[in-house]
Design a binder for this molecule. Structure first.
Ligand SMILES: [Zn+2]
Length: 335
């Protein structure tokens, strides 16, 4: 009489199961992704029939992603070689997804990779990127993993749109997932490129990825400077920045212009300055450098745009009006 033997699991399924278990043990929330692809294995909301786990409402991959080893073993227990999806939101991750292209990007010194764009962005802000765990994708892209800073709820961004960091640079956060190292596609494998800890998302990147706040409601005047003094104060800030730009030394021209554009951008964001006017006076101040030692008008325009974009996300208002008992808004009016 033949003994009933449980079919042995395919080695590859066992390997992928271990990838999923390891990721979960490291604190990440995983779910199955279709074999050889980057498409979640679960049905989408539009095809939901309200059965099984969806009996009380549709449960997508973000809801179903887990760190529970028993659930992971159940998912990777038949002959299907599911890839391993990592749900960024539940895992508290912001993954920077760096793509590549063949055509150089003229606005980014001919960059052809998201990594180059990100490095340039860091340099422009006088920042560096901490070492962090990262994964090489089968298409020569890179996923740099960062921890979401406490209190932030960043969502996905797409290169070149909205609050994105730049072309070829997407981010996956709440509402997003990545395919984890050890997964396979016909083009190749997802491989760990940089071992080690997942670093916290640097503040400057978190700032760039934070959508600007909704416009401030027009309330009663708050404690602060008189309108005349406030206007004089704003004028002084502008004059000071423009002076720095005009007299910047050769090696400091771009960074000085970027900083000035940031300050102007903050005032534009706070409704203190008109954006077009700010742009024009900044370019005017930079004009002295254009054509000198390789500084081009395109470079000046690019720098002003980037600095202002950055500044607008951190709006600055100069409190003005008669004294009231609300002192909160005057906090921005510091020395
Ligand atoms: Zn469903």
């Amino acid at each position: 009489m033949a003994r009933r033997v449980r079919p042995r699991l395919d080695r590859e399924v066992l390997r992928l199961r271990q990838v999923a278990l390891d990721a979960a043990a490291a604190g990440l929330f995983v779910f199955p992704v279709k074999a050889g692809s980057k498409i979640p294995a679960f049905h989408g909301e539009t095809r939901c029939r309200g059965r099984g786990p969806c009996a009380e409402g549709h449960q997508g991959w973000e809801q179903r992603a887990t760190r529970d080893p028993a659930q992971i073993r159940r998912w990777w227990s038949n002959s299907t070689r599911w890839n391993v999806g990592i749900a960024c939101g539940p895992s508290g991750l912001v993954v920077i997804d760096l793509d590549t292209r063949t055509e150089p990007l003229p606005d980014w010194d001919g960059a052809t990779t998201g990594r180059e764009v990100l490095d340039q962005l860091a340099a422009q802000h006088g920042e560096t990127l901490p070492d962090t765990y990262s994964v090489r994708t089968p298409t020569d892209g890179e996923h740099a993993y960062y921890r979401m800073p406490d209190g932030l709820e960043l969502r996905n961004t797409q290169g070149g749109h909205g609050h994105s960091l730049g072309p070829l640079v997407d981010t996956r956060a709440i509402g997003g997932f990545v395919v984890g190292a050890g997964s396979i596609r016909p083009e190749g494998a997802y491989l760990v490129a940089e071992h080690g800890q997942i670093a916290e998302l640097p503040t400057w990147l978190a700032t760039l990825l934070t959508p600007p706040p909704a416009p401030r409601p027009q309330g009663p005047p708050t404690k602060g400077l008189s309108t005349t003094r406030a206007n004089a104060y704003i004028a002084a800030i502008q004059a000071d920045e423009l002076d720095k730009v005009e007299h910047a030394a050769e090696g400091r021209r771009q960074v000085t212009l970027l900083n000035a554009a940031r300050v102007f951008g903050q005032l534009v964001g706070g409704g203190e300055l008109d954006a077009d006017n700010a742009y024009a006076v900044l370019l005017d101040a930079a004009a002295a450098h254009i054509g000198v030692a390789g500084f081009t008008r395109a470079e000046a325009e690019r720098t002003v745009t980037r600095g202002m974009t950055f500044g607008i996300r951190a709006p600055r208002t100069i409190a003005r009006g008669r004294a009231t008992d609300s002192a909160t808004d005057s906090a921005t009016d510091d020395q």
